[in-house]
Design a protein around this ligand. Sequence first.
Ligand SMILES: [Zn+2]
Length: 271
Amino acid sequence: MVDIDTHPSGNWLTSVVSCAILLKWCMRTGCTTCGSLEYRSAVVRGALKAIGEDTTQYLEGRGRKLLRPTYRDLPLELRTRVMKETAIALRDIEQGGIFWDGISFLLVELDNHYTPSLDEQSLDDILKGTAVGETLASMRNYEAQLVSKNKQRRETELQNKLLKKEKRKANLLIHRAAPKKTSEQRIKEGGEVIHVFLRSVTNASPEDILVTIKNSKDPHVLDKLPKNLIPTNFNQGVISVDTRKYIVKLIDKRRGRWANLRRQLSQGLPK
Ligand SMILES: [Zn+2]
């Protein structure tokens, strides 16, 4: 156990932090490995000493049990006085520098656990107008922002969820009110290329269907034509040689009615 000499500044807390840095004590807030016990305990002992309490019971090598006291190990009344002394020592600490980790660490601990009686100064009162006080304020501000941001996020998520649910419900109702259209209806009313195409051939003459096939730039147009619309009887004379050649090529090796059409179109075509 190190007995810490008072810092030239006269502030016992500065001495403890200097010592902690020199000896590389852990000062990480909420360290799960060591709980920064060495540092926290040195702060408690420093404060005890500063308020004139006996700390010899915490010295090593005399069969003492409580070697590294933390705030929690002290009786409530003493704990409050020790915390108050720590807060007072914090007033003299200037912002920045290598001290700062250990300082904000203490600040969190005090902010969470310092509970002075009503007629005594609060942590805010003690630290008012100091660098550490500003840090405390911005710490709280940051936390408040975090809380409000989280709240906002949760609210937005909830709202989106509700909106989605409502949309699903509305869709379902529309679906129920207007059942799926039959394919005849879709062809009659649909705006897609295939619907337009089918509308153009449904009531067309066989000759017009052949011209529509020729005029369509779609290489798969034959696959889109319903089988019952494949022209079988048509007036060969009104179909141009170009159209006939084009469709014969398009029919290629198709069978059935297509093969039949190919035969008819090929009649008299120059090879
Ligand atoms: Zn640690």
